[in-house]
Design a protein. Structure first.
Ligand code: SF4
Length: 345
């Protein structure tokens, strides 16, 4: 057994790795398959073969921020904008419920398009059906997060994108890394299941900073982590930057699974946008969540954070039976629960 395999085994046993050990792995591709297999084994051992489904509804593509990598950025005037009405959101949520989904994710650009009261009203109505609600609507004040939590929101996704503060503030002009971390602290303090994550392959990002991302996730004890390879969008300033590497993203995800075995990790759509079987590769390398897209076809095509995203959704079955059939080939099965973070106690 070589040195790298021994390090993977150590992570498998102890759930700990040093920064140097993580960097060694991220820089060396010689035992990728071993790492993926061990991460999958760890997931199976602790969480079993269940995959949790989340119905994704993209409520609005209006965004006041200007992240260089994102097709929804404020300055992308080529992007037609939309905002779903409260009734449209509730209709999509009830469709997801009829399909048997136990969690709904409401995702949108960062803006004040919806007054907090409107969001609270939507959340309260969806909660009447005993559905878990995840929000992914960006940075808010503590008070706003509190109101949304009191209305019934269970989880919140807010990717840190990168823990390299200088890089973050270059990529997300006008945004503050410190405020991003404040948001994550507030969400945790308010009792949300708190999700974060990163983009792998940003221009100027180093392997060392990716290792720091992994350690940061462990330090804040994130409940969910989504890792996506960077994909260049043609209508952004990063249009000529090469795409991120799927296999490096899978390695980041697999290391996270070994260090944080009990959390929820989605197989991200960006992985599938880079590889026709990207999400199944992820589901057999440590991921345990899938997020089928329930946004109607017209609006889904207008939610183009990166190219190829809507195409993946189109090829995506919304029917639990069909998803079950597909993942069964890999020894997996759709969970019948809402899929909160697994509790060891
Ligand atoms: S990444 Fe999020 S905050 Fe940044 S421009 Fe896109 S939607 Fe807006």
């Amino acid at each position: 057994m070589n040195k790298l395999q021994k390090i993977v085994d150590k992570a498998y046993e102890t759930e700990q790795l040093s920064r140097e050990e993580i960097i060694l792995h991220l820089k060396d591709d010689s035992i990728n398959e071993y790492l993926y297999a061990k991460a999958h084994q760890k997931k199976q051992e602790l969480l079993g073969n269940e995959i949790h489904l989340r119905a994704l509804i993209e409520i609005s593509n209006i965004c006041l921020q200007n992240c260089l990598y994102c097709g929804l950025r404020r300055d992308n005037s080529l992007q037609e904008r939309y905002k779903l009405s409260k009734d449209e959101i509730l209709f999509l949520a009830s469709t997801a419920k009829q399909y048997g989904y136990k969690t709904i994710v409401l995702q949108g650009g960062e803006s004040n398009t919806y007054p907090i009261n409107d969001l609270c009203e939507v959340i309260q109505k969806i909660k009447k059906d005993d559905i878990a609600i995840t929000l992914s609507i960006g940075e808010k004040t503590y008070e706003e997060y509190k109101l949304l939590k009191e209305a019934g929101a269970d989880r919140f996704l807010l990717r840190i994108e990168t823990t390299d503060c200088t890089l973050y503030e270059q990529m997300d002009p006008g945004m503050s890394h410190e405020n991003r971390k404040r948001c994550l602290r507030d969400l945790k303090a308010l009792g949300y299941e708190t999700g974060s994550g990163s983009l792998v392959g940003l221009p100027g990002q180093t392997i060392e900073s990716i290792a720091d991302d992994i350690l940061f996730f462990k330090e804040i004890d994130a409940d969910m982590l989504g890792i996506g390879p960077f994909i260049a969008h043609q209508d952004t300033p990063l249009k000529d930057v090469p795409n991120g590497n799927l296999f490096l993203s899978l390695k980041v995800m697999a290391i996270i699974r070994l260090l944080m075995p009990d959390i929820n990790i989605p197989a991200t759509t960006a992985m599938e946008a880079l590889h026709p079987n990207g999400r199944m590769l992820a589901l057999t390398s440590g991921a345990n969540v899938l997020m089928p897209n329930f946004t109607d076809e017209i609006h889904r095509k207008m939610y183009e954070i990166y190219p190829g995203k809507a195409q993946v959704a189109e090829n995506n079955s919304l029917h639990i039976e069909q998803i079950n059939k597909k993942i069964k080939e890999y020894g997996l099965v759709v969970s019948k629960t809402a899929g909160y973070r697994w509790n060891r106690s």
